[in-house]
Design a protein. Structure first.
Length: 187
């Protein structure tokens, strides 16, 4: 495999993993919805509940919905932004802001992955269970480090792509490279 093919492979793997995480997170939301609706329906029709609904929703479905979708949301530029000041600065300064924000985000996500892994290992060793139902709650804790690493990888792939793009004001034709500049979606 050539160096160029290898460089192209890593972004494709990260993009595929992000997409898969987004789909799995969406499935988590749908299963959460069905579970809660079934629990409410049982409560009103036969005056019974599904055991562990609160803890399964809280410790399994919600972390899956949130953490599995983070990288996919970033990949699609779906995260919330409020570019009030950002819109008013030069393209060179915008690039610098993006680079700094990307690097700080990667550092934060790597720290979160480290802490999340330590916490997940502690919960696993303790065999953490829900107090009310005895549902095992430690396995989804591993979503924190796994998905934080995936999100950091998505940011790193975009950061490398952005660093390779022509700098604004460098003489490169901006219109020819506008889809390569910072913040542009990857196909």
């Amino acid at each position: 495999m050539t160096a160029e093919a290898h460089r192209a492979l890593i972004p494709r793997i990260v993009a595929a993993a992000s997409r898969a995480g987004g789909y799995l997170g969406g499935i988590g939301v749908m299963v959460l919805m069905l579970h809660v609706v079934a629990d409410v329906a049982l409560r009103f029709t036969v005056n019974r509940t599904m055991p562990g609904t609160l803890e399964i929703s809280q410790y399994w479905y919600l972390p899956a919905a949130i953490f599995l979708g983070m990288a996919a949301a970033y990949s699609n530029d779906d995260h919330i932004s409020a570019p009030i000041i950002y819109e008013r600065v030069s393209s060179v300064l915008k690039r610098e802001f993006h680079l700094i924000a990307a690097m700080l985000s990667i550092v934060f996500l790597l720290a979160m992955a480290w802490w999340g892994f330590e916490e997940a290992m502690t919960q696993m060793r303790q065999g953490a269970i829900g107090i009310g139902s005895g549902v095992s709650i430690w396995p989804p804790r591993f979503l924190v480090p796994l998905c934080s690493l995936l999100f950091a990888s998505e940011i790193a792939v975009r950061l490398v792509r952005d660093l390779r793009a022509p700098r604004p004001g460098s003489g490169a034709q901006p219109e020819e490279h506008k889809d390569e500049l910072i913040g542009a979606n990857t196909p």
